[in-house]
Design a protein around this ligand. Structure first.
Ligand code: SF4
Length: 159
């Protein structure tokens, strides 16, 4: 599987926004702590034992923080993935895609089915297990479908 296209990125961004829900900021839906922790390791690595993703870049607008240089989301507070991040950060979105389909993200693709060789992904698959990671990605997709239907029904009844 090759990297996500511009269209896929735009579609994923819309899905992430919808998955958060339409409530007040304090009532936004969040990814579970387990999912967020896996995303954290995918993006930021883990201390000295495991390096950060090659696409992670220091934020120019928010010193001390990091953004994903491959997502095309720009350099805004809302898209920070590491360092000093807001209380609801990008990695909190219930549905979230990664341009290289890494573990913990909604569009995760196991290493054997991915065109690009990625030693970091293999390492995380050994750590968490491919089945578990697949189940996590499926759960995020299912959660997104349920939430989008819930929002459609809510719109119908609030007209
Ligand atoms: S490419 Fe994926 S794993 Fe790497 S920084 Fe971006 S979102 Fe994180």
């Amino acid at each position: 599987m090759s990297r996500s296209t511009w269209f896929e990125k735009a579609k994923s961004f819309t899905k992430s926004m919808l998955s958060r829900g339409l409530g007040l900021i304090g009532h936004s839906r969040r990814a579970s702590p387990e999912i967020k922790a896996i995303r954290e390791v995918s993006c930021n690595g883990q201390e000295e034992r495991f390096p950060p993703c090659e696409h992670r870049q220091p934020s120019q607008n928010h010193p001390g923080s990091y953004i994903c240089g491959a997502c095309g989301c720009g350099d805004r507070k809302a898209v920070l993935i590491g360092g000093r991040v807001p209380s609801y950060s990008k990695l909190d979105y219930p549905y979230l895609s990664c341009p290289i389909y890494m573990p913990g993200f909604s569009n995760y693709v196991p290493s054997g089915q991915d065109e690009e060789s990625n030693e970091r992904k293999v390492h995380l698959e050994l750590k968490y297990g491919v089945e578990r990671l697949n189940a996590i990605a499926r759960g995020q997709k299912r959660g997104f479908l349920i939430e989008s239907w819930r929002q459609k029904v809510r719109k119908i009844f609030t007209r």
